[in-house]
Design a binder for this molecule. Sequence first.
Ligand SMILES: [Zn+2]
Length: 484
Amino acid sequence: MPFPIRSHSALVGVVLATASLSGAQTSPRVYTPGQLTPTQQLARDVFKELIEINTSVTTGNVTAGAVAMEKRFRAAGFPDSDIFIGGPRADKYNLVVRYHGKNPGGRKPVLLLAHIDVVEALKADWSPEFDPFKFTEKDGYYYARGIADDKAMASIFVANLLRMKQEGYVPDRDIIVALTADEESGAFNGVDWLVQNHKDLIDAGIGLNEGGGGTLRDGKPLFNTIQLAQKITTNYTLQVTNRGGHSSVPRKDNAITSLADALSKVGRYEFPVQLSDVTREFFSKTAPSETPEMGRAMKALVANPKDKAAAAVVAGDEKYSSMLRTTCVATMLSGGHATNALPQLAEANINCRIYPTDSPEYVRSTLAAVIKDTTVKVLIKSQRPPSPPAKLSPEIMQPVGRVTKELFGDIPVIPTMSTGANDSRFLLAIGIQSYGVSGLFSDPKTDARAHGRDERIRMQSYYDGQEFLYRLTKLLATNPAAVP
Ligand SMILES: [Zn+2]
């Protein structure tokens, strides 16, 4: 399988020759500032249109975004029978479009999933030169709400499918694009709704979703990531009730004091360190790009998960710490009913991010054992169904590795477990292998602004990501035997 491997040193020469305001250029044959190819112009047009439709969870309308994309597919000649638009509420529609393959081996489709709802944004909260719902280009970046999360991927999937249609590409298996509602926080999650009501439309063998991306350091690609697993969110209520009374005659038993004691015990407690196939890979492959001390600790921990000194070093960085264990943290507190009365009720919310192999009940009983006070009830308040990790298989790792090399040089592809959650959990729960992979690179020091102020994406990264997802989709949708 010959394909060009661009060495890093070869890239540096190109970088210097074409350096621009946005920093290093890694793949000038894909993107040249100021000279968009017709395919890139199409992606930009789709991106701008999606961005300027406010699809935020409460003040926006997701259906308007879905309808705008539906029009583009119809105009490109996709028949009615291959387009579905619908949802549980008039402003929460999802769009699902199918692109037919020859399907000789009967492999289930490739699903390209992106949510088109965005987090709320107020113009007053952003820098004066930006409006969160205006597509703005400045110094090599695009700015707007949803520009990184998740309308970059949504617009790329739309543009890439339109490009394939234009080129007359016929895949071996079907390709499905699903643009969905309420990933962020709304009550009408589009993937959940599709799974419940129209599973046949999105049923697939493999899926690509948000959750992965590449990391830049000093403008250069350092590694690419693929998200395979995610922790499970569960909320617990700590509850103490008491017969109460007049505060002028206090007693030793007091709901607020007991709850406070319980909370400090939970705050000090650490769940045991665990490693899974995914996090073992993650720490092994991340070690070389870390500081020598952190790198050594990661390797030592992978060799021996019981190495307490190594675990302490790794846990010293909070983003790694939460990948080592189940975590529980107090997030809300209430109690008492009058300034001069003994409290009859005190409650706290404990938000836990549970390791995929732990169960919510195990975590509940562990918290109860840590608190060691039978007057404090530990109750499961809300729990999401657990989802298994996606398979770390060559079917995905081989093509992701290959396209990463083609576009970004000889850098590692690192499997990750997300400490948050995304819609892949609904797909994994019904057996669709859903991977977080985008080929969209960013610098975590300067570009991590999703959900925040002045959200942005590097233009270079956007067009590199477009090409990455185009090639990856084709590799996944073409008969493996036919790929050179
Ligand atoms: Zn998102």
